[in-house]
Write a protein that binds this ligand. Structure first.
Ligand code: FAD
Length: 479
């Protein structure tokens, strides 16, 4: 109680001083505004005591200097599309929204890089580069609404990870502000750089727990000459997944997306194909490169799919039809609510060779726990979004689904996989992380956090189940 009162007083004082000393910083403390920054796309909700929105790094730097006398929890936020609760201010304190820092600062085609603010919407960067004949490969399905800062903090991936990798493959340099007011410039503008530790890589995927990313230098690539999207329907999940394995043995398409039986049923009516009734599984395969190579790969992919009894193969007629097919894939997540009102969504990943075993296990979990499971996603890199569909208001159904999740994680680990391929640990998966990482590894990670965030105020309560320096005696030294 006493701590809460101290925090409330500190936040009030911070707001007063920030308004006085940094007038261009947006500082919001009314309940309505604070409620707007209390959630992401997970089920978590926690209202911050204050919200600040800087428009420039200098403003944020001055704000960080100002809070040194009153250390309270800080939660960096992008567009709050995260699925693991990472941007939810669970310990209250200050939500720092980066949405006003949204400039593409420099496009250097000759150096194959861009320099951006963290609040740039990913899709905006995509569109603006494509006009110049370049592209930034990471393509999370949320690209129309998420920010590059959030992508870097979560090390986001997307369908094109099969060929092009994920966000960390494109981060050349970062500028970050630490909780104690230090500013770090990490990496730079070169494609190679081995001067010291690769701290830019360490901050990529750090879920806002080490510092606030204020600027990023990202690698870009020339747009491929041709892109072709192939829609393939299969009579069974096994025939689709066998095709994936055989394709990857020979070729590297830019994307291979999978839908299981449940997901395929949801989208059947929207497909530009007549004969979809017997389809139990679906693949979207994108091939890119020079035209002759694309045609060559298409030929191999088609032969493999036919050999595995594909019901139909349909190459999209041009970019418009391809976009429509991608939209069907991107809208699948909300469509799941037609099955049940609550979705427990987990972004697990397994080695490519174990995907078929995983999908077989999902069928068993679904039966054992009487829960409909719809899975789909980036199968070309072993990453599936597994959705256990339930009803939070029906305790028996919900309890069953939760047990199913627990078994799912055990199965994923026994298949040498990871409990998170792209959404991060945040709040949602803290409880299971010790199952994947040893005590020694977790404690080494904790030490890394303590090194960059000695007073433990940077996004506390995330990744690690317990502990942290926030509120400990060490923080008193700084007050
Ligand atoms: C429909 C839908 C589809 C999705 N598809 C994908 C997908 O295909 N692939 C994928 O990887 N994810 C996907 N996601 C999840 C989500 O969009 C990504 O995790 C995205 O990277 C989050 O970006 P954001 O701007 O919304 O970040 P937020 O949700 O606001 O924040 C995410 C984390 O990043 C931290 N953070 C944000 N900005 C900064 C900063 N400047 N400095 C330090 N830390 C920061 C926050 O503290 C938090 O821990 C999807 C989400 C939705 C709703």
């Amino acid at each position: 109680m006493k701590k809460q009162q101290e925090k409330t007083r500190a936040v009030k004082e911070i707001a007063r001083r920030a308004r006085e000393k940094i007038p261009s910083l947006w500082v919001w403390d009314d309940l309505e505004s604070r409620l707007n920054f209390a959630t992401d796309r997970s089920a978590a909700l926690a209202v911050p005591d204050l919200v600040v929105l800087p428009s420039r790094e200098e403003e944020l730097l001055r704000f960080m200097e100002l809070i040194q006398t009153f250390p309270v929890p800080l939660t960096p936020q992008g567009a709050r599309t995260g699925m693991s609760g990472g941007a939810v201010p669970v310990r209250g304190g200050i939500a720092i929204s980066m949405l006003r820092m949204r400039k593409i600062l420099s496009v250097q085609r000759h150096n194959r890089l861009v320099i951006v603010h963290p609040g740039v919407i990913t899709g905006h960067l995509h569109r603006s580069l494509e006009k110049k004949g370049f592209f930034y490969p990471p393509d999370p399905a949320s690209l129309a609404i998420c920010t590059l800062g959030g992508n870097i903090a979560e090390d986001a991936g997307g369908p094109r990870a099969v060929k092009y990798g994920v966000t960390h493959d494109y981060v050349l340099g970062l500028r970050v502000l630490l909780s104690d007011g230090r500013r770090l410039s990490l990496g730079g503008e070169t494609l190679k750089d081995v001067a010291g530790y690769r701290l830019a890589s360490l901050f990529t995927g750090s879920e806002g727990t080490l510092g606030i990313i204020t600027r990023a230098t990202l690698r870009i690539l020339p747009l491929p000459q041709t892109r072709l999207l192939l829609l393939c329907l299969f009579p069974s999940m096994a025939s689709a997944l066998t095709s994936v394995q055989e394709i990857l043995f020979r070729e590297t398409p830019s994307a291979i997306e999978f839908m299981d039986r449940q997901a395929t049923r949801l989208v059947r009516g929207h497909l530009p194909l007549a004969n979809t009734d017997n389809a139990e599984s679906l693949l979207l395969i994108e091939i890119d490169g020079i035209e002759a190579m694309v045609n060559h790969t298409l030929d191999i992919v088609s032969r493999i799919c036919h050999k595995n009894a594909a019901i139909s193969l349909l190459p999209a007629k041009g970019p418009r039809e391809a976009d429509k097919l991608w939209d069907i894939r991107r809208n699948l997540s909300p469509a799941l609510y037609r099955i049940a009102p609550t979705k427990l969504n987990h972004d697990i990943v397994v080695p490519l060779g174990n995907i078929l075993s995983l999908v077989e296990r999902l069928e068993e979990i679904s039966k054992d726990y009487n829960t409909t499971i719809a899975s789909f996603g980036h199968v070309g890199d072993g990453n599936l979004h597994v959705n256990l569909m339930t009803n939070r208001n029906n305790p028996a159904s919900y309890e069953n689904a939760l047990k199913g999740v627990d078994v799912l994680f055990n199965d994923v680990l026994s298949l040498h996989g990871s409990i998170s391929g792209e959404h991060g640990i945040g709040l949602a998966k803290r409880a299971w992380l010790p199952r994947q990482l040893s005590k020694t590894t977790l404690s080494a990670m904790r030490q890394v956090k303590d090194c960059f965030d000695p007073i433990g105020i940077m996004n506390p309560g995330k990744i690690f189940l317990q502990g942290g320096n926030y509120g400990k005696k060490t923080s008193q030294k700084n007050t």
